[in-house]
Design a binder for this molecule. Structure first.
Ligand code: ADP
Ligand code: MG
Length: 260
């Protein structure tokens, strides 16, 4: 892969170096419909950022652009000091971006523990698979994470027996064991009980500081718990940015939410 391309018009080198994610003048046009139109979006190393906004605001598209699932029509995308604008999603994932989708994508027919083994770095390759032996360090790591999400006693049960909340935690646990530099988490609190939501927020807060995390979320109680910088999207554009208290008082934000 090409190393970082230095100074180019429109690229702010300071911003590039102080942020793990840096997007500049990005536009995503789906056959004439502009789903994303962002002058600049950047996230610091080891920051926890929350992205909110009405339905259709472009939140998922923003994640898709960062992960390379969707290519920009215009603009440039950087991850960890590298330009990723023209890289494939597989190449970008290998640079250290993990994604948690709205619906859990755990494998039902294998155990909780085996799902975790599959998520170990390098396990999805051709030669290292489920049946290669994990080291005792890896085993300890898996169990310490499972303990944290109250799943240690479920380790040898098939994943299909888990509740919705337990599946969400298993998936977050799989992300943690894979240890990507950036975690993209799309609506982790959807369908969870209050108690489950609370633990999910705690988990993300624990990860903060050792991982960069971008969380998309609708649930305002959840967003408040995360107590982090919020970016508000509307019509594909950044409408406001700051603490939840500040953005919630922003007339443009109030208008965007009431106008739907
Ligand atoms: P959000 O996640 O904020 O609800 P999305 O990013 O999913 O919003 O979508 C933003 C807008 O882009 C929506 O109007 C959606 O219908 C549109 N959109 C998303 N993906 C595509 C696509 N592949 N083709 C056409 N339009 C799309
Ligand atoms: Mg979405």
């Amino acid at each position: 892969m090409k190393p970082l391309l230095l100074a180019k018009p429109g690229v702010d080198l300071d911003k590039l170096q102080s942020n793990i994610v840096y997007l500049t003048d990005v536009k995503v046009d789906f056959d004439g419909f502009v789903a994303l139109n962002i002058k600049e979006f950047s996230v610091h190393f080891n920051e926890l950022r929350v992205v909110i906004g009405p339905n259709g605001a472009g939140k998922t598209t923003l994640c898709d652009v960062i992960s390379g699932k969707t290519k920009v029509t215009e603009g440039r995308v950087f991850f960890n000091l590298r330009e990723t604008t023209d890289l494939t999603d597989v190449e970008i994932a290998s640079l250290g971006i993990g994604r948690k989708f709205q619906t859990p994508t755990v494998f039902d027919s294998i155990t909780v523990y085996e799902n975790m083994e599959l998520a170990l770095p390098g396990r999805r390759g051709v030669f290292r698979n489920l049946w290669s032996n994990e080291t005792s360090d890896e085993r300890d790591r898996i169990f310490s994470i499972l303990k944290r999400v109250h799943l240690a006693d479920q380790a040898h049960r098939q994943a299909k027996y888990l509740s919705h909340g337990q599946r969400q935690w298993l998936e977050i646990s799989m992300l943690i064991v894979a240890s990507p530099k950036l975690l993209l988490v799309d609506e982790p609190a959807a369908g969870l009980t209050d108690k489950e939501t609370e633990l999910t927020a705690e988990l993300l807060l624990e990860l903060k500081g050792s991982h960069t995390i971008i969380v998309i979320e609708h649930d305002m109680d959840f967003v408040r718990r995360l107590n982090s910088r919020v970016t508000v999207l509307d019509n594909g554009q950044v409408l406001a940015d700051g603490t939840l208290d500040v953005v919630q008082k922003d007339p443009a934000v109030i208008e965007a939410y009431l106008g739907r």
